[in-house]
Design a binder for this molecule. Structure first.
Ligand SMILES: Cc1cc2nc3c(=O)[nH]c(=O)nc-3n(C[C@H](O)[C@H](O)[C@H](O)COP(=O)(O)O)c2cc1C
Length: 401
């Protein structure tokens, strides 16, 4: 079956280049559905895209009687990728703020597919803080931006704002479509969030994990075709409806949920911050306020060490949250728990790690290889982590195109 791609065309002077892009996508064997904004329709006709793609074009206005009454839903269904090229400052702003006042912006909300934005605009527009904030917002939600590039703009200015070359956009399109499938048929367990060990019916021992990194990894694995189960403790982040989530708030509950699924999975990614200790005698009633209270703690069963005993072909990825000697401690944990890979976070820094939207980690492989990507949004880091997982999994997808 052909991959379905939605090409969103908005009202930039470079909209004519989208005609070439639509043709290149069709030549690549994709089913291309073009969706145009009203401004784009003033700059290039829908007929051009209909002729090039062989598919009807979805225009900006409300549907005519007798036509598909809800094209934003019909077009979104089954799409593997949405490419907005060119993406105006206006369309980026609307998408970043959940505005859906025409077909394209409605599709951007209705679709669960990955979105590539190729911005094109005047340099001053592009550099405006509000435009940059909107771009950052979309990136944090998994949107990918290609360009703009520098060159002579339609307004005559020289500078940043030119639509990326169609060739370069095609490279990204191919990459995303390949990535989408490279976990097809793989069952992946991702643990996320922090555990909460009860003290009494109202109090618990917890940690600062927001679950953002684990959720980003689970989302990325879903996008790339994996069958993902997320075992989640406490989360302080949105979880999309696409994700199968099993809640497990204590280390014991998490162990039980993971243990029962581990034999049937290809990969376990332990991104959850599992508490090391639990309270030995949890009070049945709320403990009254006293001058002091001593808690008797016992060690939780270590989930990764338990899984090591059950392991056959599974790839196991651990996380280490460290406040000192992060890389050395991470290496020790990798060896001790016989992991394939460990992602080491320095949680002493406020701008990364627990609760932050960005992360900067060191990824250590069992082979000894180490990579330290730049500080990036967690969604982007998830992509890098999953790339590494794909390399470790046997029978990885090979792109034949
Ligand atoms: C000839 C012309 C060229 C334009 N080029 C751009 C552009 O390259 N980038 C941009 O953000 N806006 C550009 N605009 C302004 C947009 O068309 C305008 O913001 C419009 O409301 C965008 O609507 P849309 O985002 O729904 O397509 C241009 C306007 C005109 C008249």
């Amino acid at each position: 079956m052909k991959d379905k791609v939605i090409l969103g065309v908005s009202g930039s002077i470079s909209a004519y280049k989208a005609a070439d892009l639509s043709m290149r996508m069709k030549e690549m064997g994709l089913e291309v559905h073009v969706v145009m904004t009203a401004a784009a329709e003033k700059l290039i006709t829908p007929l051009t895209f209909e002729a090039l793609t062989g598919n009807p074009v979805t225009c900006s206005g409300m549907p005519e009687p007798g036509k598909d009454p809800m094209p934003h839903i019909t077009v979104s269904r089954g799409a593997s990728l949405v490419v907005v090229a060119p993406a105006t400052a206006n369309v980026i702003g609307k998408a970043a703020n959940g505005i859906a006042d025409d077909s394209l912006t409605s599709i951007l909300l209705a679709s669960n597919a990955r979105v590539i934005f190729a911005p094109a605009m005047n340099t001053e527009m592009y550099n405006k803080p509000v435009v940059q904030e909107n771009i950052k917002k979309l990136q944090d939600q998994g949107g990918f931006f290609i360009g703009p590039t520098t060159g002579t703009l339609a307004c005559g200015d020289e500078g940043l704002g030119k639509l990326s070359d169609v060739d370069d956009i095609m490279v990204v399109v191919k990459k995303f479509l390949r990535l989408k499938r490279d976990l097809a048929g793989k069952k992946i367990i991702v643990s996320a969030g922090g555990t909460r060990e009860p003290i009494d019916p109202v109090r618990f021992l917890g940690n600062r994990s927001s679950g953002k990194m684990g959720v980003a990894i689970a989302n990325e694995a879903v996008k790339r075709g994996a069958d993902v189960t997320m075992i989640a403790g406490a989360l302080e982040t949105h979880v999309s409806d696409d994700l199968e989530v099993i809640r497990a708030f204590t280390a014991d509950a998490m162990l039980e949920e993971i243990e029962s699924r581990f034999p049937g999975c290809h990969c376990l990614i332990m991104a959850a911050a599992v508490g090391d200790y639990k309270v030995r005698n949890v009070a049945n009633n709320k403990i009254k306020k006293m001058d002091s209270l001593l808690l008797d703690l016992e060690k939780n069963t270590d989930i990764l060490s338990q899984m090591e005993k059950l392991r056959k072909e599974q790839i196991v990825v651990g996380f280490a949250a460290e406040t000192e000697r992060a890389v050395e401690n991470g290496k020790e944990k990798l060896l001790k728990k016989n992991l394939h890979m460990i992602v080491v976070n320095d949680v002493s820094r406020k701008d990364i790690g627990f609760g932050a939207d960005d992360n900067e980690v060191t990824i250590i492989m069992r082979s000894g290889d180490e990579i330290t990507p730049n500080k990036v949004p967690k969604a982007e880091l998830a992509e890098i982590i999953i790339d590494k997982v794909v390399e470790l999994l046997p029978g990885k997808f090979v792109d034949g195109r």
